[in-house]
Write a protein that binds this ligand. Structure first.
Ligand SMILES: [Zn+2]
Length: 139
């Protein structure tokens, strides 16, 4: 790909949420854009197709995503708990908390492909800094 077309650069949050390369914010981190294609959901190219940034910085680089994934799951659980409590779906006066536990488990399982991809995106964005003309430097 060439850098002749000037595409507006997304900011850090948008690039993380769209699973984009943290260096150029244009290349995609994952080979398949559909996270629910479970066979290929975690397939990543070795290098960014736009700027050439290696996506696995060292062997086992993505082991650390477990910490990010854990934090994301806790945040989702807390948000889900507060939302269901505020809207009156659970109460401390009956057994509705057990239904909440089941619904929460189902929610987290359904969101796993998105959470895992987002964890990798956040993790690599911590270590790779943005370069304004990264794709130009590559070619
Ligand atoms: Zn890139």
């Amino acid at each position: 790909m060439c850098a002749q077309h000037s595409k507006p650069k997304s900011n850090l949050i948008a690039s993380v949420l769209t699973n984009s390369c943290p260096r150029c914010r244009a290349g995609k981190l994952f080979s398949n854009s559909n996270p629910y294609n479970l066979k290929t959901m975690m397939d990543m190219p070795e290098n960014c197709p736009v700027c050439g940034q290696p996506f696995e910085l060292q062997t086992g680089f993505y082991f650390g995503t477990g910490y990010v994934s854990y934090a994301l799951c806790v945040a989702i659980m807390a948000t889900f708990f507060v939302a269901t409590y505020v809207f009156g779906f659970i109460s401390i006066h009956d057994n509705s908390i057990f239904y909440w536990l089941g619904a929460n488990a189902a929610l987290l399982i359904l969101l796993q492909p998105i959470i895992q991809r987002l964890s990798r995106s956040i993790w690599i964005a911590i270590f790779v800094k943005y370069e304004r003309n990264a794709e130009v430097l590559q070619h």
